[in-house]
Design a protein around this ligand. Structure first.
Ligand SMILES: Cc1ncc(COP(=O)(O)O)c(C=O)c1O
Length: 120
């Protein structure tokens, strides 16, 4: 597809979405889920000034460094990466808990709550 045609379709789609969802102020189209999650994390970090994120073990959110992390064997929520090439410093920014484990979830918030963005 020619670039100008793709650009026109993108604008039309953005207008279609914003005309139906008044709470949507801005739209950014991306090429992949990984890119979408990276952008969302960057916006969240900028807005909250908090660096850490929390994800559930075994849940895939793309191949960005901070997303390739699951819980290690240390303290609850402390993390190491499952993928070579992710720095320890990067891995430390992603906390994880097992899915559906309320106790672990509350423990991470008790320990790291001030570093995490709470959306609820
Ligand atoms: C919830 C979720 N987020 C992000 C991704 C990453 O998407 P992509 O493979 O397009 O980078 C996936 C892919 O399965 C996903 O399921």
């Amino acid at each position: 597809m020619e670039f100008w045609r793709l650009r026109t379709y993108s604008l039309e789609l953005a207008e279609w979405i914003t005309s139906r969802l008044p709470f949507v102020e801005k739209i950014r189209f991306v090429s992949s889920g990984t890119e979408a999650v990276m952008s969302a994390l960057r916006v969240a970090r900028a807005a909250t000034k908090r660096n850490k994120i929390l994800k559930f073990e075994g849940c895939y959110h793309g191949h960005a460094d901070s997303l390739l992390v699951k819980a290690g064997s240390g303290l609850a929520g402390e993390s190491t990466s499952d993928s070579a090439g992710v720095s320890e410093a990067q891995a430390r920014e992603t906390l994880t808990v097992p899915l559906d484990n309320e106790e672990a979830f509350e423990k991470v918030f008790a320990t790291h709550g001030k570093e995490l963005r709470q959306l609820f």
